[in-house]
Design a protein around this ligand. Structure first.
Ligand code: P1T
Length: 390
């Protein structure tokens, strides 16, 4: 269905129909996997429409992109080979001498790309605690072209005020990019709150089935999209057609999955909170989260991501190596529950002092609560941590 017809429809209807039209030759209701690298041209320099080469254009990928644009309340979206490739494309809008203000608690791989790869190209980065807009304002310089945040952050669940940061960035003629991986557009739509770019590791909630590595971004501005398209075409980090098909299929149930992730995440966070073997639970949906009110003002649900500090690495290992339904693995956002120790896994590449300062202690455990039955998940945690009221 075309986008104009979809604007008044609900999120679930858009997840299933936006951008998707029956295939014209056969009427196939499911978007075919156009597994081709090139297209035959009827005459020299006259391709079929804009289909000249697979890196530039692919119908399966374009259907996914139209669908994501509708879900993020954008006008355009773009798919990449990974979440990091999508973020890299955003930073490559900049040139040597330009400056980025970034939240300090991003995914460890994002921090590594900024500190050890992109900074070598002459782009400067300042790392701040973006929970306080004043700290972001103080880091902005005349050369600042981009403010990059995650909200909630991985794994400390820091929440930043997207509206306030959009105003700040725009006041400085900079773009605001929000990594929306943890929330998903079902729970939070940064473009509606003033952000210029919403970026995803679609490996996570967007695809939702732990079988694809992918990245996505969505924008409102056509010129910005053109620039990003040029960058992707010129640098090449496109996803394969099968991965686009799988992600599009995953998106058709995003609203149903997220409802259950939200419910199970809250139930697990509530069960862990106050448990005698857990020192601290961090979940934006709990009233004890210092930014619960802000989170509730810009999110409609709080996902299945829960962090809990159990005090020591020894206890974290005993916890994460012994659960049965929560599998010990990096990644998140799939239908199955995962558990990890960020300091030794996803954030091992972040300098130790920065990790400690942010609270990414060796005793911090991160749970990606899946969509299994709530009572079975709690029972699994209970087997390892002991009953709550013992
Ligand atoms: O793995 P990739 O698709 O390249 O996405 C990178 C990425 C970007 N942004 C956020 C917020 C992320 O969490 C990630 C990847 N994160 C994990 C693999 C993880 O376990 O935290």
């Amino acid at each position: 269905m075309q986008d104009a017809d979809m604007n008044d429809m609900g999120f679930g209807t858009r997840a299933i129909h936006a951008g998707v039209t029956p295939e014209p030759v056969t009427g196939a209701i499911m978007t075919p996997i156009f597994q081709t690298s090139t297209y035959v041209q009827p005459a020299v320099g006259k391709p079929n429409g804009h289909y000249d080469y697979g890196r530039t254009a692919n119908p399966t990928r374009e259907t996914l992109e139209a669908n994501v644009a509708a879900l993020e309340s954008g006008t355009r979206a773009m798919a990449f080979a990974s979440g990091l490739a999508a973020i890299e494309a955003v930073v490559k809008l900049l040139s040597a001498g330009d400056h980025v203000v970034s939240e300090e608690n991003t995914y460890g791989g994002t921090t590594r790309m900024f500190t050890r790869v992109l900074s070598r190209l002459g782009i400067e980065f300042s790392y701040v605690d973006s929970r306080d807009p004043h700290t972001v304002a103080a880091a902005i310089r005349p050369e600042t072209k981009l403010v990059h945040v995650e909200t909630p952050t991985n794994p400390m669940m820091r929440v930043c005020d997207i509206r306030a940061l959009a105003d700040l960035a725009h006041g400085a003629d900079a773009l605001l990019c929000v990594d929306n991986t943890f929330a998903s557009p079902y729970n939070q739509r940064p473009l509606e709150l003033g952000a210029d770019i919403s970026v995803h590791s679609s490996t996570k909630y967007m695809n939702g089935h732990s079988d694809v590595i992918g990245g996505l971004l969505a924008v409102k501005d056509e010129e910005l999209w053109d620039e990003l398209m040029f960058l992707r075409k010129s640098t090449g980090a496109v996803p394969g057609p099968l991965d686009c098909f799988l992600t599009l299929r995953g998106l058709k149930t995003l609203h149903v999955r997220m409802e259950r992730h939200n419910r199970n995440g809250l139930a697990v966070a509530r069960w862990l909170e106050g448990h005698p073997n857990v020192d601290r639970v961090i979940y934006p949906g709990l009233e004890s989260h210092p930014q619960h009110a802000l989170a509730a003002s810009q999110m409609s649900g709080f996902t299945g991501m829960v962090s809990a500090d159990v005090g020591t690495l020894e206890r974290a290992k005993a916890f994460t190596e012994n659960t049965r339904l929560f599998s010990l693995a990096e990644s998140l956002g799939g239908v199955e529950s995962l558990i990890s120790v960020p300091a030794l896994m996803t954030h091992a590449s972040v300098p130790e002092d920065l990790r400690a300062e942010m609270g990414v202690t060796p005793g911090l455990v991160r749970l990606s609560v899946g969509i299994e039955d709530e009572q079975d998940l709690i029972a699994d945690l209970k087997t390892v941590l002991g009953p709550k009221d013992s």
